[in-house]
Every structure is written in structure tokens, then in C-alpha cells.
Design a protein around this ligand. Structure first.
Ligand code: HEM
Ligand SMILES: Nc1nc2c(c(=O)[nH]1)N[C@H]1C(S)=C(S)[C@@H](COP(=O)(O)O)O[C@H]1N2
Ligand SMILES: [Mo]
Length: 402
């Protein structure tokens, strides 16, 4: 019967007949859960939302830093800063840590506000419909971004699209929906920002045990996921690193390996007759012995993987700027670096002036006092300060001055 009423109302409108009262108002409210405690109120939503907002803002800013360090527009390529040398280690470590902490925060936030999904009538006006739509986008983008980001860190890609461009696009979508959400909810957010704010005057001055338990539980969950994963980047906490996919202590020569030589199809035979080709005004080809006879420098720099793990190591090799000088290239030339790996997303990388001029940027031959192992890029690999791990090319065979 009810549906007939709605249908008749719509048909009536279409024919321009006098409008019956708004049909939705006649719908009886279906039986819905009611909540009398304070776990689902606006103050709880504001408090959890603040932390979630901080986590998302950190993710967005550090994500953009990661994006532009890897894909700088032309005008920026030579201006990318190579210092602080630990910069990318910090920003990407924060990205994955705040993203991981956001998982329990998002779950708690959704649980707090879910009764509002049953508010009746579901759609009140065009404005209300648009607001609901923006919430739908926000929730979907948040769940998607956290889920795919987390799975990426364990290198599991159970989806048909390419992670990086989609994660990048959804980051903008999510941030837009979040800004809109904060703008729409601004009156409620300010009313419940502080416990003593006007909007909450009538509420009990002290939080009841229900809300305090929720907050303690949430803090414990955030603390637990953080403490058991952050050791992948924060070396003093590495003994607590139980859940992160990489452990700083596991790997040959005291350093984890992301893509092994076997996975990259690089065999010991492929590197026996290795030569390094350097193009430029005075192109040359160098054997490993010739490289080792050039002035060697030792630097301490991290490998900071985009997937969140990082670790410092001691690298010894030839300064890139010395190689440039020998090839007759002007200081601050940009380079294209190619690996002898046959295929793979990280076979070729470009390096701008900021890096090539830096005395810490090496073509490394040794790691922690030993000749590089094949998994770490033998015979020679790039190591540069403030550079995403994916651009620290292993098994280098060619350096071209651009
Ligand atoms: C609010 C949530 C998030 C936002 C706004 C965000 C944003 C971004 C952006 C803009 C990038 C750069 C993408 C590019 O290079 O084009 C990025 C990269 C990345 N994000 Fe997120 N992210 C979020 C959550 C997460 C989470 C929860 C994780 C994992 C715990 C994660 C893991 C990663 C990883 C591993 C990369 C590097 C991808 C690569 O270059 O291979 N993200 N993120
Ligand atoms: N040629 C080549 N270089 C590469 C890669 C690769 O797949 N191919 N992987 C990169 C990634 S993702 C990281 S994190 C670092 C890891 O260096 P490591 O294995 O020596 O720790 O190498 C980088 N260099
Ligand atoms: Mo990496």
C-alpha cells in the first residue's frame, strides 16, 4: 500500500496535479536500534574524528611528498632536495605508520556514527541527498585507501588495477570529500570540540564509564598496531616489530631485500663480464677493478622503502659527481641510470641535479664493509640521500648524462 502512495505521488507530480503531502512523511519508521548511552553521540564522533583527521592529513601530505620525489614535474626534477638525508625515511615511515593507526580509528569512527545511517526519512531534500552522497564517497574512499595501502605494504595485490595511480587519485578524492565533510559538520564539530563547549552544557560534566572504556580500548588498539609495526622504520623499537612485513634485522649483510636478484632475473653469470658504461662528452666504459681504483668514499645512508621499512647502512663507492666530472659533464648534470635487470618497474631511474651534486650520492660497491651481495645490487648500485628506495637502482650497468 505504501508503495502505491509513493507511486501515486510521483505520478501526480509528473502530471502537474496538486501535490499530495510529501510521501516519505507517511512512511512509518521501521523498527530501528536506539542508543541511549554516549558512545554514538556527536562528542564521541568529534573526538575520534579529530584523530582520524590528523592521521589522514599526515597520510595525504607525506603521500604527496612520496609522489613528487618519484614523479617530479620537469621544473622540479633538478630542484628536489637531497637533504635532510633521512627525509624520505621519516615521511614514508610516517605515511605507513599513520595509515596503519588510521585503521582502528576508522573502524571506531564508523561504529560511532553508524546509527545515523538509519536516520528516518533517509532523504529529506536535495541538500540532504548531496550530503549523504558526499558521506558515501568519504566512507568508500577511506575504506578503499586504507585497505589497498595496507595490502600494498605486504606486497599482495589482489586487484586488477595498478596500485600507485589509483591510490594517488583516491587520495585526492578522499581529501576533497573530507574537507567537504568538515565544512558541512563545522557547527557540530565546534559545538562538541571541547567538553565544556556550549553544545554539551547539558551533558554530564564527567564522561561515563562507557565512553571512557571506548576511548581506552581505541587508544590500546592504536598503540598495539603502532608498536608492533613501527619498528620496521624506527630502529630502536625493532625488537617489537612483530607484525610488519619486513624486519630490519632480516636480510643479507644486515639489510632487508625487497626484490631479490632471483626475482629480478639477475644471475651470477649475468654479472661476470660486467662493465659500467658512462655516456657524456667523454664517454667511457669501466670494469669493476677500474671503478674500485677510483677514490672511494664511505657514507651512512638509509634504504627507505616506499612500503614503509627503512634501515641505515654503511656504503662505500665512487661519488656520482666524480664520475660525472671524469665523463666531462658539467656539475649538476641530470642522469639516467639503467640496471642490467631485463624488465621490472625499477630498471631505469632518473636523477636530478640536487642528487648528482651531493657528495653523499654514490655508485656503491660495498655495503657494511663487504663487497655488495648479489641481492643488494652487485657489482654496483645507487645510494643517494633523501631518495625513495625504488630509485636506489641495483645492478647498475649504464649511466647516461642527460
Ligand atoms: C588517508 C589515507 C591515505 C592517503 C591520503 C594516502 C595518500 C598517498 C599518496 C598521495 C601516495 C603517493 C602515490 C604516488 O606515488 O602517486 C601514497 C603512496 C603510498 N601509500 Fe598511501 N595514502 C593513504 C593511506 C595509506 C595506507 C593506510 C597505507 C598503508 C598502511 C599506505 C601506503 C602507501 C604506500 C606503500 C605508498 C607508496 C606506493 C609506491 O610508490 O609504491 N597509504 N599514499
Ligand atoms: N634494478 C632494481 N633496483 C632496485 C629494485 C628493483 O626492483 N630493481 N628495487 C628497489 C627497492 S623497492 C628497494 S626498497 C631497494 C632495496 O634495496 P636492498 O634490497 O638493497 O635493501 O632497492 C631498489 N632498487
Ligand atoms: Mo622498496
Amino acid at each position: 500500500m505504501r508503495f502505491r502512495t509513493v507511486g501515486a505521488a510521483v505520478a501526480g507530480r509528473l502530471r502537474g496535479l496538486p501535490r499530495p503531502p510529501l510521501p516519505t512523511l507517511r512512511l512509518p519508521r521501521p523498527p530501528l536500534p536506539t542508543f541511549s548511552g554516549r558512545l554514538h553521540d556527536a562528542r564521541t564522533a568529534t573526538v575520534i574524528g579529530r584523530w582520524l583527521g590528523v592521521a589522514f592529513a599526515v597520510c595525504f601530505v607525506t603521500g604527496l611528498i612520496s609522489h613528487y620525489l618519484q614523479n617530479p614535474p620537469g621544473w622540479l626534477a633538478d630542484a628536489l632536495p637531497s637533504r635532510p638525508y633521512w627525509g624520505y625515511r621519516l615521511t614514508q615511515g610516517l605515511h605507513v605508520a599513520s595509515g596503519t593507526a588510521a585503521v582502528p580509528l576508522l573502524l571506531a569512527k564508523l561504529w560511532t556514527v553508524y546509527p545515523r545511517l538509519f536516520v528516518w526519512p533517509p532523504l529529506k531534500s536535495v541538500r540532504h541527498a548531496l550530503e549523504r552522497l558526499s558521506i558515501a564517497v568519504l566512507v568508500a574512499a577511506s575504506v578503499f585507501q586504507l585497505a589497498t595501502g595496507l595490502l600494498n605494504t605486504v606486497q599482495w595485490y589482489p586487484w586488477p588495477f595498478s596500485f600507485v595511480p589509483v591510490h594517488f587519485a583516491v587520495a585526492w578524492l578522499l581529501t576533497g570529500a573530507l574537507v567537504l565533510h568538515i565544512a558541512v559538520k563545522h557547527p557540530e564539530i565546534t559545538a562538541h570540540w571541547s567538553r565544556r563547549s556550549p553544545g554539551t552544557l547539558e551533558l554530564p560534566a564527567v564522561d561515563g564509564p562507557d565512553r571512557r572504556s571506548l576511548m581506552i580500548g581505541l587508544a590500546a588498539a592504536v598503540g598495539a598496531v603502532t608498536v608492533t609495526t613501527v619498528g620496521q622504520a624506527l630502529t630502536p623499537l625493532r625488537r617489537l616489530d612483530l607484525l610488519a612485513p619486513r624486519h630490519p634485522d632480516h636480510g643479507p649483510q644486515g639489510l632487508p631485500v625487497n626484490r631479490t636478484a632471483a626475482a629480478a632475473g639477475v644471475t651470477a653469470r649475468a654479472v661476470t663480464d660486467w662493465r659500467l658504461t658512462v655516456t657524456g662528452p667523454r664517454p667511457r666504459t669501466l670494469t669493476l677493478d677500474e671503478l674500485a681504483a677510483l677514490p672511494q668514499h664511505t657514507v651512512t645512508l638509509p634504504i627507505a622503502c616506499v612500503e614503509g621499512w627503512s634501515k641505515n647502512a654503511r656504503w662505500t663507492g665512487v661519488r656520482i659527481r666524480d664520475l660525472l666530472e671524469r665523463a666531462g659533464a658539467p656539475p649538476g648534470s641530470a642522469l639516467r641510470i639503467t640496471s642490467l635487470e631485463r624488465r621490472g618497474a625499477w630498471r631505469v631511474a632518473e636523477m636530478g641535479a640536487g642528487y648528482t651534486e651531493d657528495p653523499l650520492t654514490l655508485l656503491a660497491l660495498r655495503l657494511n664493509g663487504e663487497v655488495l651481495s648479489l641481492d643488494h645490487g652487485y657489482p654496483a648500485r645507487i645510494i643517494a640521500p633523501n631518495r625513495p628506495g625504488v630509485l636506489q637502482t641495483k645492478w647498475v650497468s649504464r649511466i647516461e648524462v642527460l
